[in-house]
Design a protein around this ligand. Structure first.
Ligand code: GLV
Ligand code: MN
Ligand code: MN
Length: 403
């Protein structure tokens, strides 16, 4: 039987980012194609029936696909320059847990499936949880088809190149109706479990969060020949936005605001940009606080733009309200796992999207430093195995009794 860590190591060379460090694996790119092939081979070798749904999510079924299925899995894509665990740990843990169930002679009384959701991070097309949102019908298919990556390739073009028909993108109520419950195992993206000295925990909630793209418009010009008084430099209000995000988030309890991506056009050292695109990631404990936070940051950005003779346009790229995971399922899992702690998270997940449709739970595996979305992201092999054992226990409980 292959351990989860050994399985994870078989992916070590896929999508390595030699420039930024870590991994860059994005929806429907070359690394993604390799990862899909890898998953299909691993699942097929386990006798599972693999299919791709209309939105590019992969499903591997143990038993005939049908209603009331117990579904587990996660995603294989990464943020740019991301770690090895965010996403893939949940997929290898699912396969490894199925191995453990098989080794015990377990026969599920409900259909069991492992799912790999497409483009969870939104690292290529900007909208996170793209595959699960399309599946659940919380993202408009026309809008999705027209999303563009940094090179101007649309999602429609990318899925077509990957062998899917972009006209198929959209809600799949029949497939969703088969899911009796969904359990996603994930590396923890904080120090909650490390501080509690616990290898495995259960998720309680996810912060409300979203992404906003602010485009500052100014006047492209010469860095040396343009006196300061004559400039309309969009980088100046863009810089104010970065500082406003930190300042405003600091005044809202539990809130976070981040600018991790800022693109000046044309982007020359000796060129005053004509436009600057700034992506704001904002999160807070509730909808009202999140909206408030964003409104205040945008107001500060508008004021700074006006002072520089610039304008700003704002577009909401994605949004998800606070998720409170199914209390019954959470309590069932906590007691099944001998009182494993229940923890909130600030990170978004496909499980958060699914939670709006079906009973959903998450298991977290201890991350000793809490670092995530970075090459230093880590989980100890023993903790990963504890996660697999916990997932196997949960699947056994949910999908039937051992024979
Ligand atoms: C995904 O991991 C997110 O929280 O952005
Ligand atoms: Mn992530
Ligand atoms: Mn993830």
């Amino acid at each position: 039987m292959t351990t989860a860590i050994a399985l994870l190591e078989t992916l070590a060379d896929v999508g390595v980012d030699r420039l930024r460090g870590g991994y860059s694996r994005h929806g429907f790119d070359r690394a993604d194609a390799e990862l899909r092939e890898w998953f299909t081979a691993e699942a097929t070798a386990r006798g599972l029936d693999v299919s791709t749904d209309r939105n590019g999510n992969l499903w591997a079924w143990w038993g005939t696909p049908g209603p009331n299925a117990v579904v587990t899995g996660s995603h294989l894509d990464s943020v740019p320059g991301g770690g090895a665990f965010d996403g893939p740990l949940g997929v290898v843990a699912a396969l490894s847990a199925l191995d453990a169930l098989r080794a015990e002679g377990f026969r599920p009384t409900r259909p069991l499936a492992v799912v790999v959701f497409a483009e969870e991070e939104g690292g290529r097309f900007g909208v996170p949880c793209l595959g699960s949102r399309l599946l659940a019908g919380t993202l408009d298919a026309d809008r999705a088809r027209n999303l563009k990556d940094a090179d101007g390739t649309t999602l429609a073009e990318a899925v077509r190149a990957a062998g899917l028909d972009p006209r198929w993108l959209g809600p799949e109520p029949e497939l969703v109706s088969r899911i009796g419950c969904f359990v996603e195992l994930h590396v923890e993206q904080g120090r909650g479990l490390a501080d509690l000295d616990a290898p495995v925990g259960v998720a309680s909630s996810i912060l409300a969060h979203g992404r906003w793209r602010l485009t500052f418009h100014g006047e492209g010009n010469h860095a040396g020949a343009t006196p300061l008084a004559d400039r309309r430099d969009p980088m100046v209000p863009a810089a104010s936005l970065v500082l406003a995000a930190r300042r405003v988030a600091g005044s809202v309890p539990g809130a976070r605001a981040t600018v991790g991506r800022l693109v000046p056009t044309p982007g020359g050292t000796n060129v005053i940009p004509s436009t600057v695109d700034v992506w704001l990631d904002a999160r807070a404990p509730g909808d009202a606080d999140t909206r408030h936070l964003v409104d205040d940051v945008v107001a500060a950005a508008r004021e700074a733009a006006e002072a520089e003779g610039c304008t700003v346009t704002v577009r909401e790229e994605s949004y998800g309200d606070t998720v409170i995971f199914d209390g019954g399922l959470r309590d069932e899992l906590t007691s099944l796992l001998g009182g494993a702690p229940a923890l909130p998270t600030g990170a978004g997940h496909d499980a958060g999207v699914l939670a709006g449709r079906v009973p959903t739970a998450m298991l977290f595996v201890r991350n000793p430093t809490g670092v995530s979305h970075a090459p230093a992201e880590h989980a100890e092999p023993d903790d990963c195995e504890a996660g697999v054992a916990a997932l196997a226990r949960v699947l056994t409980h949910l999908a039937g009794a051992p024979c």
